[in-house]
Each structure stands twice: as structure tokens, then as C-alpha cells.
Design a protein around this ligand. Structure first.
Ligand SMILES: [Zn+2]
Length: 295
């Protein structure tokens, strides 16, 4: 069972929990919901999957999370890579040939310096230096087109009044940590998760936790099926349990169903997910996943 759960921060960048320093399989490796799912499918594959590179390229989902949940972090963590750069080369004013040689032998004429905007390339000296500088400053590089695409997606997202309300009334990118104690072995297993939206107090969305997912098809039927097959309910259950002490659920006061659930030791109060049978199944799966890690 989960014996402790703590909120250790808010407004974390999307990569905050991406790559733990610990080695997979070590006792101090903090498991997140996706680890539990992968471990449940194949412990051997989970342990032996190499860690992703820390300098991995930000994907679309990461940029959407950044720009929607913590846009104020963008300048200090990310940089837009221009689509073009100013290339300098030398051209013969007579025949127009370009070369690094200062004199055109054909025309016996000095070449002139010319600049031209060229598509960005990983090999040009200027581009290489720019990239090295960004990496040195700890910035994650996003192409201009990817940034633009994500900005448009976020603008559409923010234009939805329900989402805008939830966003405004929530804390964002809440870092959750906890410990799972396994009674049979006496092991304490560290847990971690990042919660996109958590109640920030006194408002109509106070009974909700929220995740932000990027999907190709957001229609309810498709989304419900794909979320379930990906194991989103397991991840949601873990977030819910780690956030449990922080959740209030005034609307469920006096609700007999809710009271009954509260009387169980593993029950959670409130939250969007405790009402959901899939999340209850997710909790069972979370427990199985953690236990799998031990036996
Ligand atoms: Zn020439």
C-alpha cells in the first residue's frame, strides 16, 4: 500500500520527471505509472530497456504541455530553432561561380562576399555553433514549424471555455512522489508522477484532477478505447492515490456510495477518477504492477 505521498513542487517543466538518475531495477528507482504498465507486461524488457538520451528531441506533446501548462517556463528551458540561417559565401561577379577561393581562376577576378538565407542545416558552421550554444545553456531545441504547430494547437485548446476554467482554477504540473510499502517483503518502493491539473482551492473544479493527453482522435468513443488500451486508467489511478491527501470533495458529502468507498482503507476521496470504474480497475492494476516488482 502507499504509505506516504507528497507534493514536492508545482509548475514543473514537462521533462521534470522524464529520466530518473537511478538505474532501472535499483531499489531507489522511482516508478511512475508507465513503468508499472511496462513492468507488468515484461519485467525483463523493462529492466533492460536503455534510458532515453537526456538530449532527446522534444516531441509535439512536450511542447503542447509546455505552452499550455507552463508557458512562463518556455524562455528559460526551450529555444526555437530558426528555419533558415544567413549563409556567407564568395561569388565571382562575372561568371557567378561560388567557391571558398578568393579569386575566380576562370575570369581571373576577385570573388565578392555574398550572404543568402538558406534552409537550416545540421552541418553548416553557423548552425553547429548555434546548436552547441543552446545545448551549453541547457535549452531544448524546437524547430520553428513544430513550435508554430504546437502554438496553434494550444490556442485552440485554450479557446475552449471549459478547459480555460479548469486551467485557471488549477495548479499545474504538480510533482508527486510517494512510497509503496510491500508488507510481504518489507520493501519500500519510491513512486513518482507529474499531474497536469490539480485543484488549487475554493472553486468549481476543486473535485478534479486532470491529465493532458495528445491524441489523433479526441472523439469520446475512440479516446475511451485508446486510453484504456494504453493504460491511462492505471496512470490516473497512481496520480490519484499520490494526490489523495490533497483532494477535497465537498460535493460528495452525504453521498452514501461515496461514504461506503471512504470506509475502505484504499478508497480515495473525490477526484474525477474515483467515480470511474475504469480507474478502480486501474488501481487494482497499479497494485498488481507494484507487487509484480517484488515477487
Ligand atoms: Zn568567374
Amino acid at each position: 500500500m502507499i504509505t506516504s505521498a507528497t507534493i514536492t513542487g508545482t509548475d514543473a517543466p514537462p521533462t521534470a520527471l522524464a529520466v530518473p538518475e537511478q538505474t532501472r531495477g535499483a531499489l531507489d528507482y522511482p516508478l511512475d505509472g508507465w513503468d508499472l504498465i511496462d513492468f507488468g507486461r515484461s519485467p525483463d524488457r523493462w529492466v533492460n530497456t536503455p534510458k532515453p538520451e537526456k538530449e532527446d528531441k522534444p516531441d509535439f506533446s512536450e511542447i503542447v504541455r509546455l505552452l499550455h501548462l507552463t508557458p512562463h517556463l518556455a524562455p528559460s528551458h526551450y529555444i526555437q530553432r530558426p528555419a533558415t540561417y544567413q549563409a556567407m559565401f564568395m561569388t565571382c561577379p562575372i561568371c557567378g561561380s561560388s567557391s571558398s577561393a578568393k579569386v575566380c581562376r576562370t575570369c581571373n577576378t576577385a570573388r565578392a562576399n555574398v550572404t543568402e538565407q538558406k534552409p537550416w542545416t545540421g552541418t553548416a558552421k553557423y548552425c553547429v555553433a548555434w546548436t552547441q550554444d543552446a545545448v551549453r545553456r541547457g535549452l531544448r531545441i524546437v524547430s520553428e514549424s513544430e513550435w508554430e504547430k504546437a502554438s496553434q494547437a494550444v490556442a485552440r485548446h485554450n479557446a475552449d471555455s471549459e478547459i480555460a476554467d479548469l486551467h485557471q482554477q488549477s495548479s499545474h504540473q504538480v510533482v508527486l512522489t510517494g512510497v509503496w510499502h510491500d508488507a510481504a517483503t518489507g520493501l519500500d518502493i519510491p513512486l513518482r508522477s507529474l499531474l497536469a491539473y490539480a485543484p488549487s482551492g475554493g472553486t468549481s473544479h476543486d473535485d478534479k484532477l486532470g491529465s493532458l493527453s495528445i491524441t489523433r482522435d479526441a472523439s469520446p468513443t475512440y479516446w475511451a478505447a485508446s486510453a484504456y488500451s494504453r493504460g491511462q486508467h492505471i496512470v490516473a489511478a497512481l496520480k490519484h492515490d499520490l494526490c489523495k491527501p490533497e483532494i477535497r470533495c465537498p460535493k460528495s458529502e452525504g453521498n452514501p456510495k461515496s461514504e461506503a468507498r471512504r470506509s475502505k482503507p484504499e478508497a480515495s476521496q473525490g477526484g474525477f477518477s474515483s467515480e470511474d470504474t475504469k480507474t478502480q480497475r486501474g488501481k487494482a492494476a497499479t497494485q498488481r504492477g507494484v507487487n509484480h516488482g517484488l515477487h
